[in-house]
Write a protein that binds this ligand. Structure first.
Ligand SMILES: NC(=O)c1ccc[n+]([C@@H]2O[C@H](COP(=O)([O-])OP(=O)(O)OC[C@H]3O[C@@H](n4cnc5c(N)ncnc54)[C@H](O)[C@@H]3O)[C@@H](O)[C@H]2O)c1
Length: 416
């Protein structure tokens, strides 16, 4: 227990989790009274798996008709969302009564956005940001096929805004899926790069939310229903378990995609990490990673991965106890606690390298003259900078970004 916690915890209403659980969905939706849905996915799933056809047939036998949208793409944009809205509204005679997402974080985010736009057909950019009023939106059922983003349990949809080359978020608790259906078998076909990017995203969510601002210090700005509200004993419980699972299974799943125990372990890790960060929120790793992605256009997971070790280094004093917990989970058993904590960022960097992801901003393709702009861009994601548990986020971001560029680590400095 933490006596000052101020918990506002928002999990999905139903979590259905087991190998093969996808076969339960039609009967569950029938029981809930749904009649006509949209299934948002991409051509990998319609073309190379039987899952979409199997679902449509089984749902039809339960009296549910489904329109398939297979235009999902990695990192969906506001333009894709508006196109999909137009296409689907032209195809259907009535507004559907539910939306199903099948895919990675990209398809889930597109589906979340469509839950808003399919109702009235307005462009998604009309509703970007944190919404003033709870919006009218369709209920979402999310079926993740990667173990990573946890979007099946979060209030946000992240979309690329091609007008200014950044990602924008649409955020409200109404957008959280009403059913998170996690069938680890969906993830067995992930190629190594998708496994690596998604898996390190899950570990980032778990660690970053374990270390983030306390719920008692989190500024809710008068919002009675905040999507994110800081860490608590409840979120930290899920984060800790997710870190344990990643420590055991992340590299295993990457090295051998047929290791089903590791695949299942990462599916749990991803969802538990989301139950943590989906209410606590995140901070500097994602804040800086969004800015790195804005310049490099590299994947979400890899931009988090390259940033994480250097952010951990910055937190060794202010989050000593929590970093020691994590160090012990990763098997760093030095009796000297400061030495153990100092070793953790380097170990995380080795894991990142072991996943085939660059470990410095220089290797990642950034140029030294881009660093000041990067600091500014990262600080502009204010909700994430505000949740960084350091007194002066601006100078902390500057130090982190400089060290990440040159690959300098605290442990190395200590022993130099
Ligand atoms: N809303 C949120 O809370 C949240 C959180 C984190 C990340 N995101 C977003 O999620 C996106 C990244 O999602 P992701 O890492 O899951 O990847 P992704 O959804 O972008 O998918 C990457 C590629 O992997 C393929 N793929 C997915 N599952 C597969 C499977 N089982 N077998 C074979 N191929 C498969 C997809 O078809 C796609 O081509 C980013 O756009 C990011 O911004 C959102």
């Amino acid at each position: 227990m933490r006596v000052n916690d101020a918990i506002h915890f928002c999990p999905p209403a139903r979590v259905v989790f087991s190998c093969g659980s996808r076969s339960q969905l039609p009967a569950l939706l029938q029981r809930l009274g749904y009649k006509h849905g949209v299934l948002v996915t991409d051509t990998f799933f319609t073309g190379q798996t039987p899952w979409v056809d199997e679902y449509i047939t089984a749902a039809r036998s339960c009296g549910i008709e489904t329109t398939v949208y297979e235009g999902g793409m990695p990192d969906p944009s506001t333009i894709l969302c508006d196109d999909a809205t137009r296409t689907l509204r032209a195809q259907m005679t009535a507004v559907p009564d539910h939306v199903i997402a099948l895919g990675g974080g990209s398809n889930i985010d597109l589906a979340k956005a469509l839950c808003l736009t399919l109702v009235e057909g307005a462009p998604i950019k009309n509703v970007v940001g944190t919404l003033e009023q709870a919006p009218r939106c369709l209920p979402l059922i999310a079926m993740p096929t990667t173990s990573g983003t946890g979007s099946e349990a979060t209030p946000g949809a992240i979309l690329v805004d091609p007008e200014n080359a950044t990602k924008v978020a649409v955020m409200d608790n109404q957008l959280r899926p009403i059913i998170a259906l996690i069938d680890p078998e969906f993830t067995y076909s992930c190629p190594p790069k998708v496994t690596a990017d998604a898996g390190i995203d899950a570990l980032t969510h778990a660690i970053e939310s374990y270390l983030t601002l306390d719920s008692s210090d989190f500024q809710r700005n008068g919002n009675p229903d905040p999507g994110y509200s800081g860490r608590s004993s409840l979120t930290m419980m899920f984060a800790r378990e997710a870190i344990c699972l990643c420590a055991r299974y992340l590299l295993r799943a990457y090295r051998d995609g047929s290791d089903t125990e590791a695949r299942i372990g990462m599916a749990y890790a991803s969802h538990y990490a989301a139950l943590s960060y989906g209410s606590s929120g995140l901070n500097a790793i994602h804040g800086i990673a969004y800015a790195v992605a804005g310049i490099t256009h590299q994947s979400h997971g890899s931009t988090n991965a390259v940033t994480m070790p250097y952010v951990l280094d910055e937190l060794v004093d202010i989050r000593h106890r929590e970093l020691l917990d994590i160090a012990r989970i990763f098997g760093i058993m030095d009796a000297d606690e400061r030495a153990a904590v100092a070793k953790l960022p380097r170990l995380i960097r080795e894991i990142v390298g072991g996943l085939g992801i660059p470990t410095t901003f220089a290797e990642f393709g950034l140029k030294e003259e881009q660093l000041p702009g990067l600091v500014q861009d990262a600080l502009e994601v204010k909700r994430l900078a505000d949740a960084f548990p350091m007194p002066d986020a601006a100078s902390a971001y500057q130090r982190i970004i400089t060290r990440a560029f040159h690959g300098q680590m605290l442990e190395g400095r200590a022993s130099a």
